[in-house]
Design a protein around this ligand. Sequence first.
Ligand code: PSU
Ligand code: MN
Length: 306
Amino acid sequence: MILSTAIRVSEAVREAVADGTPLVALESTIFTHGLPRPINLEVALEAEELVRSHGAVPATIGVLDGVPTIGLTRDEIQRLSAIDEVVKVSQRDLSIAVVKGLSGGTTVAATAFLAHSARIRVFATGGLGGVHRGAAESFDESADLVTLAEIPVLVVSAGVKSILDIPATLERLETLNITVAGYRTTRYPGFYVADSGFTVEHSVSSPEEAASILRTQDELGLCSAVLIANPIDEASQLAPETHSRVLAAALQAAESAGVAGNATTPFLLEYMQRATEGESLRVNVDVYRGNVVLGAEIATALSAPR
Ligand code: PSU
Ligand code: MN
């Protein structure tokens, strides 16, 4: 494993990589910025448990006191989840966080980058960053997309949140050569809802098939990510009418408040939580659980002898 001395890899993760034990990377922005306290910590720890109970080793990734860490311990996750000055660390922020000794939640971009540096192949998250509405003028597009164009990791997500411009995000995924497949569907998921109203061309039918696609990317010498878009069960989704109504209000509120840049995603998420009296939060957590389980299944399939 070629790793910079600036990066710390836990013993558990080192061993799992060396032994070929299935590993699933988990991001930390989801619990530093995406979810409110105290549920943020509960969800972060539960995600690790879900990975374990599905036969894989979790590697929660974040930056603690200026140290990018792959495989945060339970205590470290707890600390990171409770720091008031915690920053949101995307890939470009990593070096600054190290130099300044900051603690931060790593975004999908930074997490994918760090996971890859430790040879972790599978990463489960809730929703990806994408193209924001109005991006044609604001240029606000998540660095997640750019990073995934050049990091060969398999990411399980429930698509992107409908707070973003979904069709524009799908176009950018295509431009950036990021492989996308729906899990048992060609309807692209809308995070809170099973169907965003947009489609993808391909679907995969099993964890084994998803794992085969990643292996084949390697064999072909492709180095972009594989995105598996895993929809929430229709029975657990946010009611589509509620979803459209609250979404419109959240977008309006962000515009009136003049929210911009990387504060936009946390603002809209918090607004949706308040406006649905926690229902969007329940769905958010359910979506994440589903992705973590599928991530563990894919990691297991990837480690199985062929
Ligand atoms: N989408 C969610 N919840 C989140 C995020 C996205 O549903 O917490 C976080 C992820 O960590 C993602 C980041 O990588 O926001 C994207 O932020 P930005 O658009 O500033 O790149
Ligand atoms: Mn942005």
